[in-house]
Ligand binder design. Structure first.
Ligand SMILES: Cc1cc2nc3c(=O)[nH]c(=O)nc-3n(C[C@H](O)[C@H](O)[C@H](O)COP(=O)(O)OP(=O)(O)OC[C@H]3O[C@@H](n4cnc5c(N)ncnc54)[C@H](O)[C@@H]3O)c2cc1C
Length: 543
């Protein structure tokens, strides 16, 4: 018998490992996460947090604290722009205002919050929800059989080892994932194209930056290509450097042989002045790569986050994509562990997340090339898709979706679209509509999170009655929300159209807020139809 028995074992306790532990806790699933480092992130790294990630945080009660921490740390709605040197001012604006043109699609908004400030919040919430997190602890070996996963973990300070036995494992162990390596899963894509650095420095930058809506500032000049990120009160910042030298023929290895003096020179060059005193605090070395794991599952082990996909930071997609992996996986693991869903539900993780990961990697790569490495442009560069599609409009095609084989969407295999156009089609994120519940404004998204939810139009009595006929239903918790019942109202009257149904129709939404099935009208409403949809989705025989 193992020293520790736990349903889910997570390797890696950074952004994605902590998110996985938190989201499993939200579904009342116990997990153990081990993290090699002594605590949460010490470097800022990821900061751009998408609306989708904020929606996920909203589900677990983290939205407000994340927003508050962001207000302390960053100018709100800051932009993404380019300069030759900082003092020279903008030469291009990629995003003038972080939330311009996207506020209508979500009850929440994009923010910047650095990983070193976010991770303590994820840790706290994960622990509140019952996750066990062990820092300064590494996984040293792994094996799996038909019934579970076995691992050996070692406390780094004492050297003491323990055995762990779990039903499933999530590998959130980063770009150099040892789990992935041991499973022999290859990374495919563009490979590594630069040995980059991030220089953390202190300098009194307020006279240049204060009052500007600048959060990410790309620097492109004949000496270097990189980007600044500024935190309030503008006495410290970081400069990421991708390449040095003429961008047409750059040196792609910035990292080898780097000295503090050279770091100082790079910061001064990017600032465009040597009049500002600078103190270098730290330099982080990392590789810019764009690769996707060839598969995301091996038996009972699932890859998530950078273990599954690595991409350059351009666009700010990497960490967000990892949080979405965790969100996709958590409810599936929970329902399988509870015996409500068949194990085959877990096999939908790869088909849903792999195409989305691969597409996002390509989009980050295109942004890297177009914004920072013009020497790499050439054939085969994926055209830029709007950020909103990447963040909110990704589409799932799998057996956990009851696709509508109508003439328009038969064989529709698109991976992304404008979330305003999906209109509740199965496989897309359930749209946000402002509703009222007993006089309080809520989003449709606030109705989802733990269970499957049936959203019913104002004249959809036939569906509510069918859903409440528990005698004929599977052993599953189904939340039923009908407009006009229990104080739930739709003041704008926009709910049915937003979900592509008539007022007599209904939409079935998964715990991760994706539409799984819908009936456009009340014709033929019956418990049997809901049951049949659920059985298909849950990969369960109808009993
Ligand atoms: C400069 C920079 C800026 C970025 N900006 C953004 C941004 O704005 N937005 C965004 O979304 N993304 C951004 N990213 C990307 C983002 O940082 C990563 O995608 C994210 O950190 C991945 O999280 P992860 O948990 O999957 O992996 P990691 O953060 O790499 O964490 C993996 C963890 O696993 C641990 N580990 C590994 N092996 C073991 C083992 N055997 N036992 C125990 N522990 C182990 C490691 O110690 C590590 O802490 C940026 C990246 C960089 C470099």
């Amino acid at each position: 018998m193992a020293d520790i028995e736990v349903p889910i074992f997570i390797v890696g306790g950074s952004l994605v490992g902590l998110s996985t532990a938190m989201l499993l806790g939200h579904h009342d699933v116990r997990s153990l996460a081990v993290e090699y480092h002594h605590g949460t992130a010490i470097h800022p790294r990821a900061a751009q947090t998408s609306q989708r990630t904020m929606e996920i945080f909203r589900q677990v009660g983290l939205e407000q604290i994340v927003r508050q921490k962001s207000e302390e740390q960053y100018v709100q709605d800051g932009g993404v722009l380019a300069v030759e040197t900082l003092v020279g001012g903008p030469i291009a604006h990629y995003i003038a205002d972080l939330n311009e043109g996207v506020r209508d699609v979500s009850p929440t908004a994009r923010v910047f919050l650095s990983q070193d400030a976010l991770e303590p919040q994820l840790r706290k919430r994960a622990e509140e929800l019952g996750a066990e997190l062990r820092f300064a602890t590494e996984m040293v070996s792994l094996e799996q059989d038909a019934h579970g996963v076995g691992a050996v973990i070692r406390e780094r300070d004492s050297g003491q080892t323990q055995t762990v036995r779990a039903q499933y494992m999530v590998a959130a162990d980063g770009a150099r994932s040892r789990v992935r390596e041991r499973l022999g899963i290859r990374m495919l894509g563009h490979g590594t194209f630069s040995k980059s650095i991030t220089i953390y420095f202190r300098a009194h930058l307020a006279p240049i930056v204060e009052g500007q809506k600048w959060s990410v500032v790309y620097v492109l000049n004949p000496q270097l290509s990189g980007f600044f990120r500024f935190e309030k009160p503008f006495d410290k910042a970081f400069l990421g450097v991708f390449t040095v030298g003429n961008p047409e023929h750059p040196v792609m290895d910035v990292s080898t042989g780097l000295t503090e003096q050279r770091s100082l020179e790079l910061v001064r060059t990017a600032l465009g002045t040597d009049r500002i005193p600078i103190t270098i605090e730290n330099v982080m070395h990392w590789e810019a790569s764009a690769n996707m794991a060839e598969r995301l599952q091996d038996g009972r082990v699932f890859l998530a986050g950078d273990a599954a996909h690595v991409m350059p930071p351009n666009g700010g997609f990497g960490g967000n994509t990892g949080v979405q992996d965790a969100h996709n996986l958590a409810w599936k693991l929970a329902l399988v562990l509870k015996g409500v869903a068949g194990p085959a539900l877990l096999s939908t993780y790869g088909p849903e997340r792999h195409p989305v990961g691969a597409f996002t990697v390509e989009q980050a790569y295109s942004r890297y090339v177009l914004r920072t490495a013009p020497n790499m442009s050439g054939d085969g560069l994926q055209p830029l898709a709007p950020d909103l599609n990447i963040e909110m409009g990704y589409v799932y095609h799998s057996d956990a979706i009851v696709a509508e084989h109508t003439p328009e969407d038969h064989n529709d295999s698109r991976v992304h679209e404008n979330p305003r156009e999906s209109k509740g089609r199965p496989g897309t994120r359930a749209p946000h509509v402002w509703l009222q519940r007993r006089g309080e404004q809520i989003s449709t998204l606030d109705l989802f999170g733990r269970n499957f939810s049936l959203l019913v139009g104002p004249d959809g009595n036939a569906w509510t009655e069918a859903a409440r006929d528990r005698s004929d239903m599977l052993d599953i918790d189904l939340d039923v929300h009908k407009i006009g019942e229990n104080g739930l109202t739709d003041p704008s009257g926009g709910f049915p159209a937003a979900y592509g149904i008539t007022p007599t129709g209904a939409a079935l939404v998964r715990p991760d807020g994706f539409v799984a099935w819908r009936a456009k009208t009340g014709d033929g409403a019956s418990a049997g139809r809901i049951k049949s949809a659920l059985a298909t989705l849950l990969r369960q025989p109808i009993r």
